[in-house]
Design a protein around this ligand. Sequence first.
Ligand code: 5GP
Length: 144
Amino acid sequence: MTVKTYEDDNIFAKIIAGDLPCHKVYEDDKTLAFMDIMPQAKGHVLIIPKQKAVELSQLEPEYASAVFMTAKKVMAAQRQVFERDGIMQMQLNGAEAGQTVFHYHVHLIPSNFHELGKHATTQADMAELAEQAKQLREAIEAAQ
Ligand code: 5GP
């Protein structure tokens, strides 16, 4: 099986380029973290590399490392803000696995696995997402 070709007009590439908005949680030179617009639980965040990679097999080591450093910051902030002990880390490779956006991303979802909502199904209230992103940003800044 061959890996899908990276397409420059995917939604997350447009978010990185600033052509589409997002509720930003954290950004550095190699990564961006933002609220998932159709969360599977309250506080669902996506972490993406600023590298053109469809899936894990294409991710360069320096970007893999950067994604996980950012994920650790986000996870600590989620624990604090949402007071959840359980933070699910999910990452889907390929349409068969359920991947719907073909730019590599890690999901961090404050949830019990058995309470998880449906994947990419129901759009959240934008004001709530904005407030959650603000709280997470403040928690990350306070920890630095
Ligand atoms: P995947 O199925 O590729 O693992 O996950 C893609 C995720 O992106 C889904 O959880 C879906 O809710 C989210 N998503 C899809 N479109 C948008 C968008 O335009 N903005 C944001 N913030 N998230 C999106």
